[in-house]
Ligand binder design. Structure first.
Ligand code: GDP
Length: 269
């Protein structure tokens, strides 16, 4: 039967959509024919500066943090306007040679006239933050150590997670908290519990104004960037998938006893 299809000049694949027989082989053959994913190749990714968006509510210290990171001891290659008018990009080369593009939304937002309306301003800054974050590999969410996590921070973190961004949470103005009440560990735990969508993110407590622990922010950002650009080979992914489904089978379909089946996985982006 299958052999009959060779006459078309194309390679036939015998599959059964119901039992799944042959579909793995079919997908392997399909994957081989696909062009390599654009912009994802390891070499290309390494050449691109890591894009880092600094976002958070007004007055939490985003500009101060940016200035502390892009301090004089680092060489600022150039200041360039962002591709949108929402944000200003600053290129920074770190002493280790790593290049960063810092996307800062603070300056423009301060000039916003919509700031008069609390709801309008909030919506606007979330939208701006998200536009900046879409261009970024890593989102740095800055929160005020005294104010703590707000509703807007929660919303932003939820959006970062759904956009598949790496996240570093910076608890700034650490100089203003009472050390008898807060330790770094306690604060990190508190933040992770409240921002549950990004509970995997690193939490760094800093004081941007004095520059304390700003190095830790950079370290966390570089690490998050490395994880964000990590590509897992298809073979590894399928090995893990096979083991995982052996350990815990996919659920049965609603209203039937048939089990769901996972045939194949590949990291598309
Ligand atoms: P942005 O609106 O998020 O960009 O915040 P800014 O960087 O403009 O900072 C807002 C205010 O907080 C300024 O008056 C800063 O001097 C102050 N500030 C920023 N970082 C710190 C900090 O680490 N500690 C303290 N005590 N004040 C800070």
């Amino acid at each position: 039967m299958v052999a009959d299809f060779w006459v078309t000049g194309l390679q036939p694949h015998a599959v059964s959509a119901i039992t799944g027989t042959g579909t793995g082989e079919m997908l392997d053959a399909l994957a081989e024919l696909l062009p390599p994913p654009t912009g994802l190749e390891q070499d290309d990714a390494e050449e691109q500066p890591l894009a880092v968006a600094i976002v958070g509510r007004p007055n939490v210290g985003k500009s101060s943090l940016l200035n502390a990171i892009a301090g004089e001891e680092r060489s600022i290659v150039c200041d360039l306007s962002g591709t949108t008018r929402d944000a200003v990009d600053t290129r920074v080369t770190l002493p280790g040679g790593q290049r960063l593009t810092l996307i800062d939304t603070a300056g423009i937002r301060k000039r916003s006239r919509v700031a008069d309306s609390p709801d309008g301003a909030e919506q606007l800054s979330v939208d701006r933050a998200m536009r900046a974050v879409r261009r970024a590999d890593v989102a740095v969410l800055v929160i005020d150590a005294v104010e703590g996590v707000t509703q807007q921070d929660f919303r932003l973190s939820e959006l970062f997670a759904s956009e598949g961004k790496s996240v570093v949470v910076v608890v700034n103005k650490w100089d203003r908290v009472d050390p008898r009440i807060w330790s770094v560990e306690k604060m990190a735990e508190n933040v992770k519990t409240q921002l549950r969508h990004v509970s995997w993110a690193s939490v760094v407590c800093t004081s941007a104004i004095s520059g304390r622990h700003v190095e830790d922010v950079l370290e966390a950002v570089l690490d998050a960037g490395k994880q964000h650009r990590r590509r897992v080979p298809t073979a590894t992914l399928n090995m893990v998938l096979r083991e995982a489904t052996q350990w815990k089978a996919p659920p049965t379909q609603r209203g039937s006893l048939r089990k769901g089946r996972i045939y194949y996985a590949t990291q598309a982006g």
